[in-house]
Structure formats: C-alpha cells, structure tokens
Ligand binder design. Structure first.
Ligand code: PMV
Length: 309
C-alpha cells in the first residue's frame, strides 16, 4: 500500500484580482491535509476511487469525462505512460474543509497524483504535479487562476501571476495566522462568474479595484520578505475593504474580521472566493488565544492556527 498527503492552503493577498492577471500570494496550511492510499484491487476492476467523506465510489473506466476524481487518475496514468489500466483501489480522505477556500479539490487531486506516482515508483517534479492538478481545477472552478494547484503542489509560499508564472519566495520572519471558518459553503465557480458579470457591467471601476489589490500583493510580498508584520497587517485590512467593494464579502465574514481585530489581531481579511468560507487573521503568540476565542464566540465553526515559514 502507498500513502501520500497534500496540504490545504490559504490565499493571503490578491484573490479575485488574480483571475484578471494581477499578482496574488498564497501559503500552504499543513494543519489540514488530504490523504490518498493506493492498494491492489481485485483483478479486472480497473481503478476504483473511494471517497468515504464524499460518499463516492468512482469506477474510473465508467466515469464521465468531467468527473474530477476520474480525470486526475486518467491524467496521472497517462503521464506515467501506463497504457494498460491497472487494478487498484484508491481511498481518499481529507481534513481540508470542502468549498471554504482552502483548496480541498487541489489537495485531493495532488494526494492522488503523489500516491499513484509512489505506487509505480515514478517521480514527478512539483511542476508536473501542479500542471496535472490544474486540469481538475478547471472542473471545480471553471476558470481557475492556477494558484491553488501551484501552492499545494510546491508546498511553499508562492507569489503568483496567472499565465505569467510564479515564484516561491522566502518569508523573512515566520508569522502566525488564525484561520476561521464561517461554516458557509461557497462555490468559487459561482462567485468568480458573478464577479465577472459585475466587471463586465462596470469595467473601469472593477479594473481599478483589481489594480489596487494587485499593488497590495506587490507591497505584501516585500513586507513578508522583510518580516514587517505591521505593514502586512495594514495591507490585509486594506485588501479586505477592497474585497468588500468588489462584493464578495458577506455579513458572517465581516463579523469574523471585526471580531479578530477586536480580539487583538494585527490585521484580518476574508480568504479565497468569499461569500462564505474562511477568513484569516494575523496574530502574535500573545494574541492568538484571545483572537481564536473571539472568533469562536462570534460563530466560527472551525478555528485553526498555522505558522507560515
Ligand atoms: O476559494 P478559493 O481558495 O478556491 O479561491 C479562489 C480564488 C479566486 O481568486 C477567487 C479564484 C482563483 O481561481 O484564483
């Protein structure tokens, strides 16, 4: 049996604007993970993916072309030049919350690629894994920027510009984030297409909002590299205000952001597509406990802390 893992992620800066070619920053969150086990299955069954959390059992050879679990298996086998379908059972579980902006789809796909590669003693560079996973992100998200598959496959902080490339960059001083879940599922695909409609009806206004978000991501990269927490915090607050203007926040996210600040967070913002999902707060060791408590009291369904390094 071969087991492989993949972390979740959060977007620190630049969501939505990244879809329009502006830079964004994302970091892995190793406290939540997807796992995939590969083991030999009964002769003649082909590849079967079992995902108990999702209540799914996918027989790859019978699955529709747009089934993401089947697609990642097919693509991975092709990339390893396996022309004969092996008899395998792949079991997938995940602690990455679904549809909350933490990259659950990309984490599951990445764990499957890694587990299949491990099973066949094949080595994929992170870049190849990222490219394979992107093909399933299209099914989940419609027009994904590619930031999720990149940060999850490389498991490092990334500075990302759609279609132009990405860089792994170094964090000047490790910092702590509290991540709190509104408990509301949000479809990235729907939020992204709603933003596109709004952009099409007011292109100048939206372009200038995206541009300002892009400038924030540029400044944030420098702040992170210099370990300047105060600058990062101010940029997070500013980024949240712009996401509110874009129309992707919601009362639950705003309440958590306010509660985090009241609890002593240096800065806070929504993370990911918005209209539900998660928010993030920049904290210190001293404020982490209080911020987490405030977030729970304000209705967060899950609160985790992570260190970015
Ligand atoms: O909710 P998430 O983390 O999948 O984030 C989506 C981020 C967007 O910028 C809104 C879309 C994208 O493809 O980058």
């Amino acid at each position: 049996m071969t087991v492989a893992y993949a972390s979740g992620k959060v977007i620190l800066f630049g969501e939505h604007a990244v879809v329009y070619g502006y830079p964004a920053i994302a970091v892995p969150v190793t406290e939540v993970q997807a796992q995939a086990w590969v083991e030999p299955g009964p002769g003649g069954q082909g590849v079967v993916v079992v995902a108990p959390d999702l209540g799914r059992r996918v027989v790859v050879r019978e699955a529709a072309d747009d089934d993401p679990l089947a697609r990642i298996v097919r693509l991975t086998l092709q990339a390893m030049r396996r022309t004969v379908e092996p008899d395998l059972t792949i079991t997938v579980t995940s602690t990455v919350p679904i549809a909350r902006g933490m990259g659950s789809g990309a984490a599951v796909s990445t764990a499957i690629v890694r587990a299949l590669a491990g099973h066949f003693h094949h080595w994929f560079p992170s870049r190849a894994i990222s490219d394979l996973v992107y093909q399933t992100e299209i099914l989940y998200h419609g027009t994904p920027s590619g930031i999720d598959n990149t940060v999850i496959a490389f498991e490092k902080p990334v500075y990302f510009i759609k279609d132009r490339g990405w860089e792994i960059f170094w964090v000047g001083k490790p910092f702590r984030l509290v991540i709190a879940d509104t408990g509301i599922m949000s479809s990235t695909r729907e939020v992204v297409s709603d933003v596109r409609r709004r952009y099409q009806s007011a292109p100048d206004q939206y372009r200038s909002l995206f541009e300002r978000i892009g400038q924030i991501a540029v400044a944030a990269r420098t702040a992170i590299q210099q370990g300047d927490l105060d600058a990062m915090a101010a940029l997070m607050d500013e980024n949240h205000a712009l996401l509110q203007e874009i129309g992707v926040s919601c009362p639950e996210l705003d309440r958590l952001v306010t509660a985090a600040r009241e609890g002593g967070a240096l800065g806070a913002k929504l993370s990911g597509a918005g209209r539900g999902g998660n928010m993030i707060a920049l904290v210190t060791e001293e404020t982490e406990g209080r911020v987490s408590m405030m977030l729970r009291l304000t209705g967060a369904t899950h609160v985790i802390a992570t260190e970015v390094r």
